[in-house]
Write a new protein. Structure first.
Length: 208
């Protein structure tokens, strides 16, 4: 997984704070030359910005022929006409063939589910085998062996930071603990402490 892919994921993590608004989490590419991102699902709604051909957006909801989206590059939300985008990857993690239900991201946030599924589309294999929620804001994400074998230490670190921010947003800023990996010394853990988040993992000491 490249650093740019992880950074796209981080940029879009705000979706996790509003799981009730997400529809399918599908990722779409803008096909129109210049598409107006509007404040509401109407031609009369104010134009918030203009997005260009090729921009990636995540579907949040639909109303008639309009689609509520979040722009991956900027994080801005708005509405555009659904005929002006083309679906790039469906939200499949946690359901469907080849994606075990226990993966669980869809239960947390369909939007985040869609982003992770999009990464899987790029890689050619799934990122996570399962997600385990525990007491007191704990979350463990167990990656697939393919992802573990094919990513660098830095990529694993960026992924852990992205997951921490997603889970923190989902819990409305309350203290959380996120572990990337199965139980054992190879896992990376980010835990909120009195002085801020502390990072522990292989080959390095706790840090903030």
């Amino acid at each position: 997984m490249s650093r740019s892919t992880i950074m796209v994921l981080v940029a879009a993590l705000g979706l996790a704070g509003t799981p009730a608004l997400a529809a399918s989490g599908d990722i779409h590419a803008v096909t129109g030359e210049k598409v107006n991102l509007r404040a509401g699902p109407s031609d009369d709604a104010a134009v918030r910005s203009t997005i260009m051909r090729g921009e990636d957006v995540v579907e949040l909801r639909r109303e008639g022929g309009w689609m509520g989206v979040r722009v991956l590059r900027t994080g801005e939300e708005g509405w555009l006409f659904s005929d002006l985008v083309k679906r790039q990857s469906a939200s499949t993690l946690g359901s469907g063939e080849g994606a075990p239900a226990q993966a669980g991201f869809g239960k947390l946030s369909p939007g985040f589910d869609g982003l992770v599924a999009g990464i899987g589309e790029q890689l050619g294999y799934r990122f996570a085998d399962k997600v385990e929620q525990g007491a007191n804001g704990t979350l463990r994400v167990v990656p697939t062996q393919e992802w573990l074998y094919n990513t660098s230490r830095d990529a694993k670190m960026f992924a852990a930071l992205a997951l921490y921010q997603m889970w923190k947003n989902y819990n409305n800023g309350k203290p959380v603990t996120v572990t990337l990996g199965a139980q054992g010394p190879a896992a990376i853990t980010i835990a909120d402490a009195a002085k801020g988040p502390e990072l522990t993992g292989p080959a390095f000491n706790p840090a903030r």
